[in-house]
Design a protein around this ligand. Structure first.
Ligand code: BGC
Length: 464
């Protein structure tokens, strides 16, 4: 009888969970992917980040990391690759921006390399500041709206050496850098992203140890998340107080990744999803919605945090979306779950599948903040270029549906304009609309990317 009672409760919970969180799946054979068109005033763009494209980044946390080895003597980056010259976008930006025109884009999201601008604490390099002015002017001359990211995973070595975002007092340095940049460029640049993917930065660097500084410390991970979020709030309010503050849009960039149970009847798989969803998504949403959150990290650390200024610190939400993950519980202390891939979903070259329904779900998730949404990143690693078209069609179809359903989405930035240094994966992952030959620095528009161009033309010039 007792067993029966337990089973009844167990399956009762499973039924409720399945009912409350169904796996959204659309019948793609019925979707009209040939006539996708978004509103005329929609902002079309593509995105890059300094360390991944510029080249010659020798003075930041990643340049050190690329040279180092793990405890077993293995390289940090696949096959000992280094960012090196990357796409030499530093010198080739002007012709790269012609490519934005070629695609019919109206905006470009890029990041400023703090380690080049402030190579030593308090020393700002005027030549580099001038370089970025020229970059911005080049965009404006080509009718492209510049969108700046202030922190995209990299910062100067000196900042790392004093503990970077592990320490609350170091927010001062980041804020000073942001204020200086805003003062330099906010006459021309009207859209600013403070920090790119704080959750990924913290978890990959301080919990998984796959990004620098390669630590495995749950408590520190929590602290870094807290400090990054507080840094965003401080920077936001400070920039808003600048004379250009009120006519600039300032937001944060955050990825949303769904965690779906591999076995929808297994409570442990649901539990693993809930822990991941909490750490990667919920705490951030809570922070911007309520100004507070509690962090639970496996290892049983619980942290509470509140910041009264947080709820009013976004002009827009920058949503990055790539995919969802299927989680299967694993009875191991080291890693208590594994990622699974269903055969009925198309895999990208990264360890995830094409799942455009999840894009719609992510938009719904962040819409709770009632802020305009910009899709600051979305794209596919597809070296063979045999899935890019389907990816673009499905994700833009999902976007079209979300807009029709009333979600306030203002723009979309494809990741990325060209192949680039994909962090721990090196150059093996090809996200580019343009294929890059890293020996000759030649760029070629990928066949699969032409669909992006067509959909933009369709949206801008064809009657709705
Ligand atoms: C990051 C990019 C990265 C992309 C593709 C995002 O998490 O912001 O820098 O290249 O994902 O993995």
């Amino acid at each position: 009888m007792f067993i029966f009672y337990i089973l009844f409760i167990y399956f009762g919970i499973i039924v409720i969970l399945n009912f409350k969180y169904p796996l959204l799946k659309w019948d793609w054979s019925k979707a009209d992917l040939q006539n996708i068109s978004l509103p005329k005033n929609f902002m079309w763009g593509s995105a890059t980040a300094a360390h991944q494209v510029e080249g010659n980044c020798k003075n930041n946390n990643w340049s050190n990391w690329e040279k180092s080895k793990d405890n077993k003597g293995n390289p940090r980056i696949k096959n000992y690759q280094k960012s090196g010259d990357a796409c030499n976008h530093w010198d080739l930006y002007n012709e790269d921006f012609n490519r934005l025109n070629e695609l019919g884009l109206d905006s470009y999201r890029f990041s400023l390399e703090w380690s080049k601008i402030e190579p030593q604490e308090g020393v700002f390099d005027q030549k580099i500041i001038k370089h970025y002015s020229e970059v911005i002017n080049s965009l404006i001359n080509k009718n492209i709206i510049p969108v700046i990211t202030l922190h995209h995973f990299t910062h100067p070595i000196w900042f790392d050496e004093i503990g970077a975002f592990e320490k609350k007092e170091n927010i001062f340095y980041f804020k000073r850098f942001c204020e200086k940049m805003f003062n330099e460029y906010s006459n021309e640049v009207k859209m600013w992203c403070t920090i790119n993917e704080p959750g990924v930065f913290a978890v990959m660097g301080y919990f998984a140890g796959i990004f620098p500084p390669g630590k495995n410390n749950p408590d520190l991970t929590a602290q870094v998340i807290i400090n990054l979020l507080d840094a965003h709030v401080d920077v936001y309010h400070s920039l808003k107080n600048h004379r250009n503050g009120s006519n600039c849009k300032i937001g944060i960039v955050k990825n949303i990744n769904q965690f779906d149970p591999w076995r929808r009847w297994n409570l442990l798989d649901w539990l693993v999803c809930s822990i991941n969803n909490h750490i990667f998504n919920s705490i951030f949403i809570d922070f911007f919605k309520k100004g507070k959150f509690n962090i639970y990290i496996p290892g049983f650390i619980i942290r509470k945090h509140s910041n009264l200024n947080a709820a009013d610190s976004l002009d827009f939400f920058g949503l990055n979306y790539y995919s969802h993950s299927y989680m299967k519980f694993k009875p191991s202390f080291k890693q208590f779950f594994e990622n699974k891939f269903p055969i009925n979903e198309i895999k990208t070259d990264m360890e995830y599948t094409i799942y455009a329904e999840g894009f719609y779900r992510a938009i719904k998730t962040v819409s709770i903040l009632n802020k305009p949404i910009f899709i600051t990143e979305n794209g596919i690693a597809d070296k063979k270029d045999d899935r890019r078209t389907i990816y673009i069609e499905r994700y833009l179809f999902a976007l079209q549906k979300a807009i029709k359903d009333g979600f306030d989405i203002r723009g979309y930035f494809y990741w990325s304009l060209m192949d680039n240094f994909e962090w721990a994966e090196g150059y093996d992952m090809c996200f580019g609309l343009y294929e890059v030959n890293f020996k000759t620095q030649k760029r070629i528009l990928r066949k699969g990317a032409e669909r992006y161009k067509e959909i933009i033309i369709n949206s801008k010039y064809i009657k709705h």
